[in-house]
Ligand binder design. Structure first.
Ligand code: URA
Length: 241
């Protein structure tokens, strides 16, 4: 991680304050003053600020139940950030592994561990995301087959990966996809002549949403471990076409 990030993660300093200390030579890495904030350091390095050893706070891993009308961003924009809405401390240190649209509700995972979130979002992982979808029109009979075969979405060079549709009612379905393209679920249903009117994420990989809307909790050790592989997985979750 960057040296300025490490200093922030181990003190109450803002990024600007950390950068200032670093530029003054107040921070040493293994006994040597380092003045470049972007220098990569490891948690095992001995890092001092003005002679005091810094110890980074442990990574945080959270599940949020995102309400509609919030955005997956660290700052409030047209809509409030999901972090401010849920009153999460030091939210500027966190990022979201797989964003949802402002009008989408449900499971959001947040962390300050970039390696962990990369194991969720990198396309080659084919991490399964499960959505409950309400539609404006009855679900056509061939939808499941077309989703399984892959769809050509506008502006994309490749077909979508095989997706599984479970019809729960005339206008309600559960959809499992292994990609995370922009507005993917809405675009997939638009491609078969339907329209999403409500979208809710229930699951990411083995992690299922089990808290009330507008609340959050820390993930369990087992949930964190599900995406903790230190090296890229050699076994692919890629679904068969
Ligand atoms: N697909 C969408 O279209 N929107 C979301 O928020 C998530 C997946």
């Amino acid at each position: 991680m960057r040296l300025d990030k490490f200093v922030c993660k181990s003190t109450a300093l803002s990024k600007a304050e950390a950068t200032h200390h670093i530029s003054l030579g107040n921070v040493t890495v293994n006994g040597v003053a380092v003045v470049n904030s972007a220098t990569q350091v490891h948690e095992n390095n001995h890092i001092d600020l003005l002679g005091t050893k810094l110890v980074a706070r442990p990574f945080r891993y959270l599940m949020l139940h995102k309400p509609a009308g919030t955005i997956c961003s660290n700052i409030d924009e047209v809509y409030p950030s999901v972090f401010t809405q849920l009153a999460i401390e030091n939210a500027s240190e966190l990022h979201i592994a797989g964003r949802l649209d402002a009008d989408t509700t449900g499971l959001v995972l947040a962390t300050d561990d970039g390696r962990w979130s990369f194991n969720i979002i990198r396309p080659s992982q084919y991490c399964q995301k499960v959505y409950r979808v309400k539609l404006s029109h009855p679900i056509a009979e061939d939808t499941a087959t077309r989703f399984q075969q892959g769809l050509q979405l506008q502006g994309e060079s490749q077909l979508t990966q095989p997706a599984i549709v479970e019809v729960l009612g005339a206008r309600v379905a559960r959809l499992s996809i292994t990609e995370g393209k922009f507005h993917q679920v809405k675009r997939m249903f638009a491609a078969v002549g339907n329209r999403v009117v409500a979208l809710h994420r229930e699951q990411i990989g083995p992690i299922s949403l089990d808290i009330d809307e507008g609340s959050w909790r820390y993930l369990t050790e087992a949930e964190v471990a599900a995406f903790k592989a230190e090296t890229p997985q050699t076994v692919s979750n890629k679904p068969p076409r």
